[in-house]
Design a protein around this ligand. Sequence first.
Ligand code: FES
Length: 111
Amino acid sequence: MAFERVCAQDEVSADEALAVLVDDLEVAIAKDGEEFFAIRNECSHAAVALSEGEVAGGTVECWLHGSCFDLRTGKPTHLPATEPVATFPVQLRDGDVYVDVTTSLNGVRPD
Ligand code: FES
């Protein structure tokens, strides 16, 4: 496990993900209520940034074709995407968000 600080908790808004770069990997940081999540910042359908879509109800919506991805599992909740995206462990410490991109929570390879 190699947690790295990626942002302050108050940099992440309720309806939009924050794009961060961790070890050359683009990750989207999002929250659902008080819970924070880290998900690979690339739609599994056509590789656009998920951080540009809307966050709501524990999902992030891809702006291009509208697939939503569950922040907890990385799985698409409807078409056209059919493949999950990688999700990563998050820790909250002293008002900051830390992510470990060396561990995929759902077994999906991030590259
Ligand atoms: S590029 Fe994301 S759903 Fe098509």
